[in-house]
Design a protein around this ligand. Sequence first.
Ligand code: AMP
Length: 178
Amino acid sequence: MTQATVTASELEQAIRNIPDFPKPGVQFKDITPLLSDPRLLSGAVDLMVSAFKPGDVDVVVGIDARGFIFAGAAAIKLQAGFVPVRKKGKLPFKTHEQSYSLEYGSNTIAIHQDAIREGSRILLVDDLLATGGTAEAAVQLLERIGGRILQASFLIELSFLRGRDRLARFPIRSQITY
Ligand code: AMP
């Protein structure tokens, strides 16, 4: 199969801005037009993992729920495992929990206590970096169980919310910045 290369600007054109969703004042970045295009979906994942090759990463950790789409695909491309960080109450086994505030509202996320082996090399993936609260909480959970985060990779970054400043200890990558 030939691998088509996509540009960040093509990805950006496939993201739809929905004003005032889910609350007044929020500019929601709707990625569903990008996801439904096979070339853009595959190209987006390629760009998100481009710093690594198979064998560099033990586990790709995805954040509930849109992060799972990219993290699952990234794990397969990197021949790594996949670990979910989920909203509280969704994981069936023993968990650790962490609360945080979102751009809209607040939330608690959880990870299985035995999700990774001590010292695992982790690529953290989500669709969008806004205030960084979600990713920071995921980092806290991963570090509590002995994970070593190599990079956090996002499709979209809302840079005016300065989420990057909360994740200063490892490289942060994003493909589309607003
Ligand atoms: P934050 O914790 O503020 O960095 O928010 C990041 C999380 O909230 C991600 O999992 C996103 O899916 C979601 N999110 C926050 N703001 C937006 C937005 N403007 N459009 C789409 N998703 C968003």
